[in-house]
Design a protein around this ligand. Structure first.
Ligand SMILES: [Zn+2]
Length: 141
């Protein structure tokens, strides 16, 4: 299954190739203050692949906080956070914001809430390496 997504103005677009056998997609509202304030709801699948295209990288704002091990990729023009990436031992992992999906039947989302407060950094990175999208390409022009 191929899912297209984009920020509001189209500066950030992505193609997410989801494993075909999956009928539903888990969508997790992270309870950290950044995600809560953005209304970001995330999904990932270790077998998925993600290709992110940024039209104008000057209008891409990377925001990190806390352990600073993840970059929230925010469009500086329209303010939408499309994805979040983490570089772990030289490999790029990502989660995507399901609210940026285009032409996707949202009834297929299985929503939940998750909190990673107080998680140790090593645990956090191991969890991302196991669960986040492990095939990520980003093209910035
Ligand atoms: Zn935008």
């Amino acid at each position: 299954m191929l899912i297209h997504g984009s920020c509001h103005c189209g500066n950030i677009t992505f193609d997410l190739v989801w494993p075909e056998h999956t009928e539903t997609i888990g969508a997790r509202a992270c309870t950290c203050t950044f995600c809560r304030k953005h209304g970001a709801v995330w999904t990932a699948n270790a077998s998925a692949s993600l290709s992110v295209h940024v039209e104008d990288s000057r209008l891409l704002s990377d925001y990190a906080f806390g352990t600073e091990t993840a970059d929230f990729r925010v469009c500086a023009r329209c303010g939408v956070v499309a994805c979040c990436t983490s570089l772990i031992e030289g490999k790029l992992y990502a989660v995507v914001n399901v609210n940026t999906f285009d032409d996707f039947d949202s009834s297929r989302l299985v929503r939940g809430e998750v909190s990673f407060d107080g998680e140790e950094e090593a645990t956090r990175l191991a969890r991302r390496a196991a669960n986040w999208i492990g095939d990520v390409r980003m093209t910035e022009l």
